[in-house]
Write a protein that binds this ligand. Sequence first.
Ligand code: SAM
Ligand code: SF4
Length: 322
Amino acid sequence: MLIDGHGRKVSYLRISVTERCNFRCQYCMPDKPFSWVPKENLLSFEDLFLFIKAGIDEGINKIRITGGEPLLRADLDKFIKMISDYRADLDLALTTNAYLLKPIAKKLKDAGLKRLNVSLDTLKPAIAQKIAQKDILKKVLEGIEEALRVGLKVKLNSVPLKGINDSEIIDLLEFAKSKNMNIRYIEYMENKFAKDKLQGLSAQEVQDIIATKYSFKSVGRVESSPAHLFELEDGYRFGIIDPHKHDFCEDCNRIRLTAEGMLIPCLYFDEALSIKESIQKGDVQGAVKVLKEVLANKPEKNKWSSDDENETSQRAFYETGG
Ligand code: SAM
Ligand code: SF4
């Protein structure tokens, strides 16, 4: 069992398989072109798998593959199959922007993927183009349809932004509900790569908007999940993730690994240690030692704050995978 320096059990590994992305979401990517990490600097799927096996043996029981855009990495289905063949009962999930999903959804399902989170901030093509800085919506919606068709469980992630998509909170809820998908609104987390002047809606503002049309009650958080759940009168549940209040840090069970082999203990902070050298030498125990060191120093909570002077993280979401 993996326990961090604050006594929290860590059982959830999030792996960013690439920091590259085919979108330039305003809240995530820098404006200016920048150079990607050269492909040869990334850990191979074989190396990542070595670490994953050790992690599972130490008590990891949930893995999420993320990015950047994970579907940009070739042979992702084969990687998923490697993991699911090792431990079929693992909670194995993927977070994607769904732009490339349609042709690969069935392969991912057949490889052993259980669940998908898809980022969907709007149902309007022009707004989608504004947020992602590319004409994306048609392909994203087709990807979602196909994932549902092949039997993947799909959850939507949506980041409400003032003056951009805040008029669509209810439309997105109704879209998700009509397709039997859950939706989670994620408060915008301030970070130095995001476009200046972006302003997110608070969890309370999202609730206030939904309350203009629906009655709902709070049903709290499921342990270790960051989302606070709410239930409409007909039983449909939606979630809101509120990183500016730190209640979910109390039972945070996560550790993040980047494509370059950096282990990151908290999404907010810059601290990280590398497992690359150990794992590339085949020294799995060395990598596990690094993992335990990172966990021993995992911060107690993030620093996004709920007052007006929001703290800004120096970490890139496209690198850590959110
Ligand atoms: N490219 C994939 C996608 O967009 O789903 C996976 C990586 S993305 C970094 C993972 C999640 O982080 C997405 O749901 C995205 O909306 C969220 N995200 C990125 N930047 C964010 C920010 N500044 N605040 C809140 N959520 C953010
Ligand atoms: Fe790419 Fe996802 Fe970041 Fe958007 S949120 S730029 S899709 S990594």
